[in-house]
Write a protein that binds this ligand. Structure first.
Ligand code: SAM
Length: 256
């Protein structure tokens, strides 16, 4: 029978540096229990033994836990708003902009940002730090190869300019890749980049507890330059944004 989740959380923290205390417990436990049952095991200790011994099973666990779904120009209406309202203000009077794509998964988001920004500022002036806790997705991101479905939201002009068909896949152009630096980073533990003109953090805080989420938004505020922006996911809200000091630009964009 599955019990002793408290000990399991400690074991996982030691092994992966992922603190399950910061993730919504009911949802996370349900997912993990399904995985344990799938591996024909009945308890947390047995599962910890398995992932300690078997590297592939360990990676399966981290991958399962982190939920890596992404796509280029995810939620297109928000990218239209970026193009029309946010980017013109963001680049005004600047030769370089620094953007942090936090929890970037396979790179679809930071590469979309570089493409979308290229209409407003020279590619040499675009610096995007793209981070994720999951090493495996970062390796994939660096390669920059995507299937047709992932890139289906890319506007035609950008597709022509920055994506090259390689067999059944699409490769991101080197000049776009050069704008993006990928790094391993845990939002719940590591120090945050500073002086960002914009932070893009979408579709990850939904898995965190309210306390962890609040802490992250407060830390983002400190990392954003005055006049800079925070761009959040389409199912996310910052209830206490005023208290934190943000100005609400629209549902998914907040200004410092
Ligand atoms: C659903 S993807 C979101 C990708 C992209 N931002 C988007 O909206 O398309 C969530 C990502 O969050 C990452 N993640 C989960 N916990 C994290 C943490 N504590 N620190 C940093 N990244 C984390 C996962 O590895 C995963 O790649």
């Amino acid at each position: 029978m599955l019990d002793n989740y408290e000990k399991f959380k400690k074991d996982i923290l030691n092994m992966t540096k992922i603190d399950l205390n910061c993730y919504k417990e009911k949802q996370m436990r349900r997912r993990i229990n399904t995985l344990i049952t799938k591996n024909k095991l009945q308890d947390y200790d047995g599962y910890v033994d398995l992932i300690k011994k078997d590297k592939e099973k360990f990676e399966e666990f981290v991958n399962f836990l982190t939920i890596n779904v992404s796509e280029f120009y995810r939620n297109p209406e928000q990218w239209k708003l970026l193009d029309k309202d946010i980017f013109p203000k963001l680049v005004e009077g600047k030769r370089q902009v620094k953007i942090w794509s936090a929890a970037c998964s396979t790179g679809d988001e930071p590469y979309s940002l570089a493409m979308a920004l290229s209409k407003h500022i020279d590619l040499n002036g675009i610096k995007i730090i793209a981070t994720d806790i999951d090493k495996q997705v970062l390796s994939q991101a660096k390669v920059g190869l995507y299937n047709k479905k992932s890139i289906s939201g890319v506007p035609d002009d950008m597709k022509k300019k920055y994506l090259k068909q390689v067999g059944a896949s699409y490769q991101v152009a080197d000049e776009i890749k050069k704008c993006v630096q990928f790094k391993e980073h845990n939002l719940l533990k590591d120090p945050y980049p500073t002086d960002c003109d914009m932070i893009v953090c979408r579709n990850v805080v939904i898995y965190f507890t309210d306390e962890a989420k609040d802490e992250i938004y407060k830390k983002f505020y400190k990392s954003i330059k005055p006049g800079g922006y925070l761009f959040i996911g389409s199912t996310e809200q910052i209830m206490n944004y005023k208290e934190m000091g943000y100005i609400r630009h629209s549902s998914f964009f907040f200004e410092r």
